[in-house]
Write a protein that binds this ligand. Structure first.
Ligand code: HGY
Ligand code: MN
Ligand code: MN
Length: 431
């Protein structure tokens, strides 16, 4: 157990318990065949993950609340807080993509529980209430947009609109939320965070490549998701001359190639991904009549992201005329780049320094709940290294001691922010 000494009291991260819970939660939705675990938002497996985290919150005697979009909150009350005090919030998510690693999101939620456990084990109360949040549907792979629960929480999307969302599987979000028993009564946003911290794996290669233990996340890149539908003509693969084709499949692959060239031309700041691509009728001897694909564009700079979107739109127009197909687009997500709170970032850096952990300031490539909560409260993120920069993959891995380092810094920053003096007072009163 690692500790940050407050006077004579040891407020410690119980590293063994944290690792144990990460492993146990990582078993929920485990896929013995393809590897990893799958807890897509609002499925039975995700419900099982939620139930486990809620159970652990109760074991810590936290005040557990669930809001109308299914966000789960556990609060460790400070002395005399009647529920009106703005808490320091620690959050992330426990839903996953398919065949995911065990750490993405879960690490931040369970490290939050480890912070609460440190107070419980020292029989101490925090100077300010601490709320741990597990936000609904951060991944956005079944219901768009991603970071949905925290976006609703921050007032960026109405809860009614979110509840009415139809998923990629045709289900209505509100039906599924009812079905798994997490349609809570708390109005989203009613617990207004005083500040927000999110501990997360980097999911990228930078910290490992530079041999750094802690990432001080200063900002987060903008995200643009859209769905592109290409309507061509089905025809016989053997009788249709190339010049007479209206081949939706060819157009889709031209778009994929265009996006790769666009990203390469940006010297690495713009990232472009076609993660989903379907052709119909998907038969070997039929020229595809239809193709649907998704485009994920990201850039830390808003103007460059807009320029990438505009260049894509121009290319779609051009290639539609060239091949004689109809192309329509549907915007799924659009989040501008976010800059995190500099005071909190400085505290994270000072904490890493104090522990002697190598560190560097950086941008987050992935989207996170913190980018939404930053709309309503000073927010910042702490990263720990990802082996090989791998994530959204069963091979996602961070060494145990690196995970504990991150949780130690989280606890330390919490203590810096909620005032160690409250701990001293409690010590003093104990005599
Ligand atoms: O897409 C993202 O960056 C996040 O994992 N939802
Ligand atoms: Mn995540
Ligand atoms: Mn993720």
């Amino acid at each position: 157990m690692m500790s940050r000494r407050e006077g004579n009291a040891d407020l410690r991260v119980d590293g063994t318990k944290l690792l144990e819970q990460l492993r146990e939660l990582g078993e929920v939705g485990a896929d013995q065949v393809a590897g990893g675990r799958t807890r897509i938002a609002l499925t039975d497996d995700e419900k099982a993950g939620r139930d486990l985290v809620v159970q652990w919150m109760h074991e810590l005697e936290l005040d557990v609340r669930i809001d109308r979009i299914g966000n789960v909150f556990g609060t460790l009350r400070s002395e005399g807080d009647d529920g009106s005090q703005a808490p320091l919030m620690i959050g992330s998510h426990i839903d996953t993509v398919k065949n995911a690693g065990a750490l993405d999101g879960c690490y931040g939620v369970l490290a939050g529980l480890a912070v609460a456990r440190a107070f419980r084990q020292a029989d101490m109360k925090p100077g300010r209430s601490i709320t741990i949040g597990a936000f609904t549907n951060e991944e956005g792979v079944r219901y768009q947009p991603d970071m949905m629960g925290s976006l609703v929480y921050a007032g960026g999307l109405s809860v009614e609109e979110a509840l009415a969302t139809i998923g990629t599987d045709g289900t209505r979000l509100s039906d599924e939320l009812e079905r798994i028993g997490y349609a809570g009564d708390l109005e989203p946003g009613s617990i207004v965070p005083h500040e927000y911290l999110e501990l997360h794996i980097e999911q990228g290669p930078v910290l490992e490549a530079e041999n750094k233990l802690i990432g001080v996340v200063e900002n987060l890149q903008g995200i643009s998701w859209q769905k592109v539908t290409i309507q061509g003509n089905a025809n016989h693969a053997g009788t249709t001359p190339m010049r007479l084709r209206h081949d939706a499949g060819w157009v889709a692959s031209a778009i994929v190639t265009f996006l790769r060239d666009l990203a390469n031309a940006s010297e690495g700041t713009t990232l472009a991904t076609v993660g989903s691509l379907r052709v119909e009728p998907d038969l070997i001897n039929v020229i595809p009549r239809k193709a649907t694909l998704t485009v994920d564009l990201r850039d830390p700079d808003e103007l460059r992201l807009q320029a990438a979107e505009q260049r894509l739109a121009a290319f779609l127009e051009k290639v539609a005329a060239q091949e004689g197909v109809k192309i329509s687009t549907e915007r799924l997500v659009r989040f501008e780049p976010v800059v995190f709170d500099t005071t909190l970032a400085d505290e994270i850096e000072a904490s890493a320094e104090q522990f002697g952990f190598t560190h560097r300031r950086m941008t987050s490539g992935a989207g996170h709940d913190a980018q939404m909560i930053a709309r309503i409260a000073p927010s910042a993120m702490i990263f720990v290294p990802s082996r090989g920069g791998v994530s959204h993959n069963p091979r996602e891995h961070t060494d145990d001691d690196q995970l504990i380092n991150g949780a130690q810094v989280l606890l330390d920053v919490v203590l810096r922010r909620i005032g160690a003096d409250s701990i001293m007072n409690q010590l003093y009163e104990r005599g």
